[in-house]
Design a protein around this ligand. Structure first.
Ligand code: OFO
Length: 169
């Protein structure tokens, strides 16, 4: 059974994951408005991933006998200055999420909740992957600069990203 402190920490993180889903949905709209459908597809996959992350924790809390109380989701930004600006915001956000996962693991350590630590390992590895992925797109956007054909080529590449439901835990 999950204790109250761990339950609260997990619920807080579920809210953060749902905010991530919301943020990337907002970015999807931004890219659709720019007619960059490949970038929008990349964000759509991100939306589905974040939903899966939230639901993974939701299922975990329920499985451990906890009670899920959902809080309001913060309003995300809706405008960015450029694709590069948006992706830099993604990286900043993912770094923040990584820090929150680490904080959640700190609580699990304090509470000697080893099952939670094992479960959260998956999320930590996922954060390493997410930051690397986003960093890769940022590097390409920096190389492209103002070159429209480069942006078009990258849009085509990002259109190929597909969602694969993660096996969490
Ligand atoms: Fe849930 O990994 Fe991004 O935020």
């Amino acid at each position: 059974m999950i204790n109250e402190k761990m339950e609260k920490a997990f619920l807080d993180q579920i809210n953060k994951e749902l905010f991530s889903e919301y943020l990337y949905l907002s970015m999807k709209a931004y890219f659709l408005n720019l007619n960059l459908v490949g970038f929008a597809n990349w964000m759509d996959v991100q939306v589905q991933e974040e939903h899966a992350h939230a639901m993974g924790m939701f299922d975990y809390v329920v499985e451990r006998g906890g009670c899920v109380t959902l809080e309001a989701i913060e309003k995300p930004e809706s405008c960015w200055n450029s694709p590069l600006d948006a992706f830099r915001a993604v990286l900043e956000h993912e770094k923040y999420v990584t820090s929150r996962i680490n904080a959640l693991m700190d609580v699990a350590e304090e509470e000697k909740d080893r099952a939670a630590l094992i479960f959260l390992n998956w999320y930590l590895k996922e954060q390493v992957e997410e930051e690397a992925n986003v960093g890769g797109v940022i590097a390409q956007l920096e190389m492209i600069g103002d070159d429209k054909s480069g942006l078009f080529a990258l849009d085509k590449e990002l259109a190929t990203r597909t969602f694969v439901a993660p096996v969490i835990g």
